[in-house]
Write a protein that binds this ligand. Sequence first.
Ligand code: NAD
Ligand code: MG
Length: 399
Amino acid sequence: MTRSITVLGATGSVGLATLDLVGAAPEGTYAVTALTAHSRAAELAALALRFRPQFTALADSGQAAVLEAALAGSGLNWGAGADAVAEAASMDADWTMAAIVGAAGLAPTLAAVNRGKIVALANKEALVCAGGLFMECARRSGAVILPVDSEHNAIFQALGGVDASRLRRIILTASGGPFRTASLEAMGRASVHDAVAHPVWSMGAKISVDSATMMNKGLEVIEACHLFAVPPSKVDVIVHPESIVHGLVEHVDGGLLAQMGSPDMRTPIAHALGWPDRIDTNVSRLDLPALGQLTFETPDPQRFPALRLAREAFEAGGASPIILNAANEVAVEAFLNGHVGFLDIAAIVADSLDQGEGAFKGPVKDFEAVYAADAIARTLAAERVIVRNRHGASMARGA
Ligand code: NAD
Ligand code: MG
């Protein structure tokens, strides 16, 4: 039977890897319902012409003319603006890849969850911001959430249906990123180029910087707590530079089950795309003798404070994870734009948490409250960016 699929964030690293698998499948395996992207209109149009979705949505209406021109005469339906992305996510697909980056993915991903079908979840920020509410929506609608993040996909597979509350612990592996062995001084001088040059994985810019600060692993600890309903005390992080073992579960009898594979997102995506079956991919196969050995080490809390910040924010609860995520998004963007240094990212997140936590009291009861906290945290973080703006600081020194 043909599986109808929607890809939210089709032009991104995960979106393109998903469509690579869809394109390689035998004719009639998949039919594309909707494709969405933020502003890369020409790239989205090229994907639409190839996969012929029922609907194509571009979030940035400023680029609508580019999409319109590229799709003229194709007979394809398209729309622009946030409403068009929401419409795309609400269409009746059997399977949705949620691969928008950041909290911007929360509303469209929820629209897919509320349809009660299969949601392959890459957009970890949606869970960090609103995990409790999000998982409750999935329970109510009957949606199946399949983790795509490689560590969580590994744990999902290693669990094999066992209730995670029966585990001794979950172990997330981390590559350690490009600064695994760098000194703090070198990290302070790191350029954007250094930070996005991931040693193993090829990913979008934001998650590449998150890997370099290890905030990615902090976000993933929170993601694991929501997905598997375990407390953070049961989620450990170990650095594994080869990125071959993606995640492990430790059972009460002392047995550990791990999932391994080449560091290629097409494997976890294929697991979700074929689920509950397995599908072929042309991902390079592991040559174990060539690998020789696998290494594991403890993350350094001094050079990677983001890990601790994420755990503390999750344990504080309320709006803290929302502030953590929003401040991180603002700080990473500022770093990518050359406005702050690499070590400023975690510092901006820490300052925003200190300032923001006083501004919010009590539990975050609904999605309105999530969006409100997200907006306030972005303002707070933007102020911290201005304070730390390198150019501003050097101009002040020069004056
Ligand atoms: P990316 O930057 O390569 O792509 C992001 C996609 O989201 C693009 O299609 C972009 O057009 C779209 N988008 C961005 N802002 C938007 C907005 N405001 N509205 C609508 N669409 C918007 O990112 P990526 O690396 O593919 O990551 C996507 C998500 O998957 C992230 O949450 C990331 O943490 C997660 N993830 C990625 C990888 C990876 O290997 N890249 C691995 C695990 C998890
Ligand atoms: Mg991951």
